[in-house]
Design a protein around this ligand. Structure first.
Ligand code: SF4
Length: 158
């Protein structure tokens, strides 16, 4: 899979102390994007699933956040990472430019499966007109912090 960067001990990418994986590739092209270099998947470094998992597992004090870029752009590979990190007991937040409704209606089963391994989804594109610097963990007012653990089982396709 293609990865832009992995950082440890973040307190701004979800609750608590988190290791953040910034995946490469994004199809949303939001105006005012915080990381436009991540749009091109070729700007990332190729990393095997095992190496990504080992990097996160090497920090036992942190939970994990999938960011980007668009984590669902490489849903099959990211799902494999999520599955293995969940088995290690990690709490997983995922950011996406897609909305929750778009993801659960997706034709791609890997996108829906990835949702199943995550605990929290921060959804929707960054909208410059909705930007709000006072918000926690998100950049614009349209983005929602969704507890997937309470949604699970209530949605037929998720
Ligand atoms: S979804 Fe995120 S990474 Fe992609 S363009 Fe929008 S702000 Fe940038």
């Amino acid at each position: 899979m293609r990865v832009m960067n992995i950082i440890h001990d973040s307190v701004v990418d979800g609750e608590g102390l988190r290791t953040v994986i910034f995946f490469a590739g994004c199809p949303h092209f939001c105006k005012g994007c915080h990381n436009p270099r991540s749009w091109n998947i070729h700007n990332g470094t190729e990393m095997p699933v095992e190496d990504v998992v080992a990097e996160v597992a090497g920090n036992p004090l942190t939970d994990v956040t999938f960011s980007g870029g668009e984590p669902f752009f490489q849903a099959q590979e990211v799902c494999e990472v999520a599955k293995r990190l969940k088995a290690l007991g990690k709490n997983i937040w995922v950011y996406s430019g897609y909305t929750f409704e778009q993801l659960i209606a997706s034709d791609d089963p890997c996108k829906r499966e990835l949702l199943r391994y995550c605990d929290v989804l921060v959804d929707g594109p960054f909208l410059l007109a909705e930007r709000d610097l006072t918000l926690s963990f998100r950049g614009s007012r349209n983005q929602r912090i969704i507890d997937l653990t309470t949604k699970r089982g209530m949605e037929r396709s998720f």
